[in-house]
Structure formats: structure tokens, C-alpha cells
Design a binder for this molecule. Structure first.
Ligand code: EPU
Length: 429
């Protein structure tokens, strides 16, 4: 019903602040279930995936209280419930973290099969492999995943594919198991390290997070903690590309430059100027953008969650670029929409060939998933004329106050509600 209307062609200029990381926050919130005292999470992003995660805890009986706009106090100590409410859980992918957290706390969990962005086949076999290795029995019936264990026992877990979700779920389940768990072929994303740091701040014993071997010595008790979510590497990268695509000059604040290296080094190749500071990064353009090739890979490779955004930038560059998607089966749904705006991109399976066209023109388009939506915003900001983006609920799952932040750096973007659609919806209900 709501849409973004962008009058493109304005250079982004000024300073923009990055919020806490979505993919860290959605794991840290269920992790609170593992401790026996209240916890306070700071730098929590204002996005719908976080609202859903907190609502799940609240519906299960936890006390959830915002102390300010980005700080939330969660008290899940009295909880007796190991079932996650179906309707909330199926709305987002990250509801699978309740499996690991509830299994770690109660030795049992019941959660619906997760939803999330349509990126192709999204199995959870590696999550179940990890739970089974810890001695849990796993079954899936009527759309629900059931886990039960008499006693979780530490074990060797080898992940057949590098999976962020399976690595984090294995950590959540193993943290209170008896004995030593070793996760091999673990994912290394910054949010894996953030989860380990949060659990360690509650008294867990986790070593090696950020490498491909993580060792977890189980503990019987975790205490409360006050912890700040890391900055969102993908939100930062999205702002960096938006600045470059509009020929702007922007200081992106509240970031960890190390987390952005795979993105910064590609952008430098494209001809974008980048200067790093302790916790901010400046992006500006003073020459032509040039072609490059990009292949997405698990961290520290180029992140798949930045693939649609960098492809959009490359439509504005000189020459032919080849984009290879190395993580998801289907992540080019936005290409048809970019074509409406004048992009010249052909897709064959996991490979897209982008012929730089130099400029885009505004058009009515639809976001088909979260990062696709971010790419269309970048395209709209860079394009001449008006772009209207529908289905922005995808974007609001992962970007905090995006339109307001972009307006601060000179973008002409408004969120508008369609009252006719709202009335029609009401009548249909
Ligand atoms: N895979 C399996 N079996 C499994 C799990 C994964 O085969 O049990 C495969 C997947 O099909 C995929 C690959 O392994 O081909 C990687 O999937 P991964 O498990 O790492 O992805 P995820 O945990 O489901 C998270 C992010 C995604 C991000 C990926 C990759 C969250 C909630 N989601 O998903 O974020 O693309 O890692 O970095 O953390 C986004 O934010 O837009 C987004 C989609």
C-alpha cells in the first residue's frame, strides 16, 4: 500500500548515520532466552524484522520495554513456553534463531518453518544437522519444526555448506550443552562475531568466532548483560553506493571500516574515492565510473546482500560488467525493474551481464525483496525524473528510517500511503 516516491538527480551531500545491524539483532534478541536474568540491548535498529522478533518474545510471555528509541530491555526469565507463535514466526527468515535458543534453554523447541525473502531454495538441513549432532531429535510436520533433547551434548559439527544461520543456531544450542562443541566450516560474517561477543558477555565460553572453526565449551548458567549491536555493514554499503551513484560526497558515520573492506575495495575499482576514518567513511566521485566484475561469496568475500546495489551502480559505469551470484539461486528479480528504468542487463542463471548505460530514467517499479528494494532506491536517486517504488514493506524489514536519513543528505524521497488501497483492503477483510 505504501510506496516511495523519488524525484531523482540530486547529488547526496553531507553526513548519514548507520543503525544497528539487522542480521545481528535478529539473532541477539532470541539469544536473550538463554540467560537467567534481564538483558539490555543497545543500538537496536528500528526495522520490522526486529519488531517481529521482539513481538515473538512478548507473545511468549517475556517483558519487553524500550528504554529509548534504540535501547530495549528484555526480561525472559519467567518464561515457560517453548513454542513460537506461528503467525509471527512465518513472517521472517530469522525466526529460525528461536530454534537454537529455545533448544539451548529448554531442551525443546517448536517453531514454524521460516519465511523471508524469496531468494531460491532455502533449506535448513545444516541447522538440523547441527542440532542432531548435539543429540536433539528433529522432525518437521504440518509446517512446524520440532526439536527435543534429554540432554544436549557437545560434539563435532561439520557444516557441508558455509551457512550464517546454521553457524549461529549451532552456537545458540551449544552454549549451554555439556562439554565441548567444535563447529567446522563455520561462517565468518561480522554478525557471527557479534553473537559470540554477546554470549561471552553473558558468561559463555566461545572462541574462534570470525574464523572457520568455532569452539564452544558449554556452561550451566548465563547471566544478564548490557550489549550494543554492531553497525549494519549492508546499510552502510547501501549508503556508500547511493552516494557514488548520485555523484555525491557523503560521510557515512557509525561504521566499522574493517567490515566494509570487501565493499570499499570493489567501489575503488569502479572509480569511487573512499577515505576511511576510525568509525566513519567518506565517499565521493570526481571522475567517470568504470566497469568491473563482481562475484558474491561468504565473508570476507563480496556480500550477496550488496549484489543488487552494486549491479545498479554498474549500470551507470562505462563498459561491460559481469556479476556472478555465488550464494543464492535467485537474486536477480530486480533486473526487470531496472530495465524499466533504462538499464541494459541480461541474466543467465546466476550470472548477469551489465552493459553500462551511463544514466537511468525514473519509472514505476516494485521491490521484490529487501536488497532489491534498496537497489531500486539507489536507481531512483540517480535517475532523471520520478520513480515510484511499490511493495516497500520488503525494504522496511531491514532499513531503519531510510527515507528520513536520505532526506538529511539531500534526497528528494517521500513515503506516501495509498488511501484507496487501504479502503479496499479494509472492505476485503
Ligand atoms: N544453505 C543450505 N542449507 C542450510 C542453510 C543454508 O544449503 O541449512 C545454503 C543456502 O541455500 C545458501 C547458502 O547456504 O545457498 C547460504 O545460506 P545462509 O544459511 O548463510 O543464509 P541465511 O542464514 O539464511 C543470512 C542472512 C541473509 C544473507 C545470508 C548470506 C539473516 C537473517 N539472513 O541468511 O540476509 O543473504 O545470510 O550472507 O541473517 C538479507 O539481509 O537481505 C538477507 C537475505
Amino acid at each position: 500500500m505504501d510506496k516511495f516516491v523519488i524525484h531523482g538527480g540530486h547529488r547526496l551531500l553531507g553526513e548519514i548515520e548507520v543503525s544497528g545491524a539487522k542480521n545481528a539483532a535478529v539473532a541477539l534478541i532470541p539469544a536473550v532466552l538463554l540467560c537467567d536474568e534481564p538483558c539490555i540491548l543497545e543500538n537496536v535498529p528500528n526495522i520490522s524484522d526486529v519488531t517481529i522478533s521482539l513481538r515473538i518474545l512478548y507473545e511468549m510471555g517475556a517483558q519487553v520495554e524500550y528504554l529509548n528509541k534504540t535501547t530495549v530491555r528484555i526480561n525472559a526469565t519467567g518464561l515457560q513456553n517453548y513454542c513460537v507463535p506461528y503467525e509471527s514466526a512465518r513472517k521472517m527468515r530469522a525466526s529460525y534463531y528461536f530454534l537454537g535458543a529455545l533448544l539451548g534453554r529448554y531442551g525443546k523447541a517448536r517453531v514454524s518453518m521460516p519465511g523471508g525473502c524469496p531468494l531460491g531454495d532455502r533449506p535448513i538441513d545444516q541447522h538440523l544437522k547441527a542440532f542432531s549432532a548435539l543429540d536433539a531429535k528433529c522432525s518437521i510436520e504440518h509446517g512446524m519444526v520440532d526439536l527435543v533433547a534429554d540432554q544436549l551434548t557437545g560434539s563435532q559439527i561439520y557444516l557441508d555448506v558455509v551457512s550464517v544461520g546454521a553457524t549461529m543456531n549451532a552456537m545458540l544450542a551449544a552454549v549451554r550443552a555439556t562439554g565441548l562443541t567444535v563447529i567446522e566450516n563455520a561462517a565468518k560474517e561480522p554478525h557471527i562475531v557479534d553473537l559470540a561477543n554477546f554470549l561471552n558477555s553473558m558468561g559463555a565460553d566461545i572462541m574462534g568466532a570470525g574464523t572457520d572453526v568455532i569452539k564452544i565449551r558449554g556452561v550451566s548458567h548465563l547471566h544478564g548483560a548490557v550489549y550494543s549491536v554492531i553497525p549494519d555493514q549492508i546499510e552502510a554499503g547501501t549508503f556508500m553506493i547511493a552516494a557514488a551513484a548520485t555523484g555525491g560526497d557523503v560521510l557515512v558515520k557509525n561504521i566499522i571500516p574493517k567490515h566494509l573492506e570487501p565493499i570499499s575495495s570493489k567501489m575503488r575499482k569502479i572509480g569511487v574515492n573512499i577515505e576511511e576514518f576510525d568509525d566513519s567513511i567518506r565517499i565521493w566521485v570526481d571522475g567517470p565510473l568504470v566497469r568491473t566484475n563482481v562475484k558474491t561469496m561468504p565473508h570476507p568475500g563480496f556480500p550477496t546482500d550488496m549484489q543488487p546495489q552494486i549491479t545498479t551502480l554498474l549500470t551507470l559505469a562505462e563498459g561491460t560488467s559481469i556479476i556472478t551470484e555465488g550464494v543464492w539461486e535467485q537474486r536477480f528479480c530486480y533486473v526487470d525493474e531496472l530495465r524499466r528504468m533504462g538499464a541494459d542487463i541480461s541474466v543467465d542463471g546466476k550470472v548477469a551481464v551489465v552493459e553500462g548505460v551511463g544514466r537511468l530514467t525514473g519509472a514505476p517499479v516494485k521491490a521484490c525483496d529487501l536488497r532489491a528494494g534498496a537497489a531500486l532506491i539507489i536507481a531512483g536517486l540517480a535517475a532523471r525524473g520520478i520513480t515510484e517504488i511499490e511493495d516497500i514493506y520488503h525494504i522496511e524489514r531491514g532499513y531503519s528510517n531510510l527515507d528520513a536519513k536520505l532526506r538529511e543528505v539531500g534526497a528528494d524521497i517521500e513515503k506516501v500511503s495509498d488511501p484507496v488501497a487501504k479502503v479496499e483492503m479494509k472492505e476485503a477483510m
